[in-house]
Ligand binder design. Structure first.
Ligand code: 2BA
Length: 109
């Protein structure tokens, strides 16, 4: 058994949730925050048999897309400084960041 941990953008989370459910995957959604942008994203926990991992990854890939997001860099002094007008820079936020972990034990009481 494997645990798939997938960090996705909030905009894709409902569609992904529905697609996974339509294919009988069990999921848990966590409201999370990206360390870099400090904005909300969604983390899915998906426990599944080894033979279904590729299917789950395919569904994640199909339902999540990369988007460009503008970020205002902090001043070199840290925080906001009146004379410092930061120029926003664009970063591409990926469709999904996925980790596949082995599961030692799965208990369901
Ligand atoms: P954030 O940490 O908010 O990062 C959002 C996007 O900002 C990243 O997209 C990347 O394009 C950019 N970025 C992140 N750190 C950067 C840095 N030090 N310098 C320049 N640009 C940087 P993604 O790579 O697609 O990541 C999307 C979200 O997935 C991340 O949101 C974070 O919540 C999660 N994530 C990505 N890699 C991770 C990892 N190795 N471990 C845990 N979570 C991760």
């Amino acid at each position: 058994m494997k645990l798939i941990v997938a960090v996705v953008q909030d905009q894709d989370s409902n569609r992904l949730s529905k697609a996974l459910m339509d294919h009988n995957f069990r999921t848990t959604k966590l409201a999370t925050t990206g360390g870099f942008l400090r904005s909300g994203n969604t983390t899915f926990l998906i426990g599944t048999e080894d033979i279904r991992v590729e299917k789950a990854l395919g569904i994640i890939k199909e339902n999540c897309r990369a988007r460009d997001q503008l970020v205002s860099p902090m001043s070199p002094m840290g925080g906001n400084v009146d004379s410092y007008v930061p120029k926003p820079v664009e970063v591409e936020v990926g469709g999904a960041t996925v980790f596949v972990l082995p599961v030692d034990q799965f208990l369901h009481f």
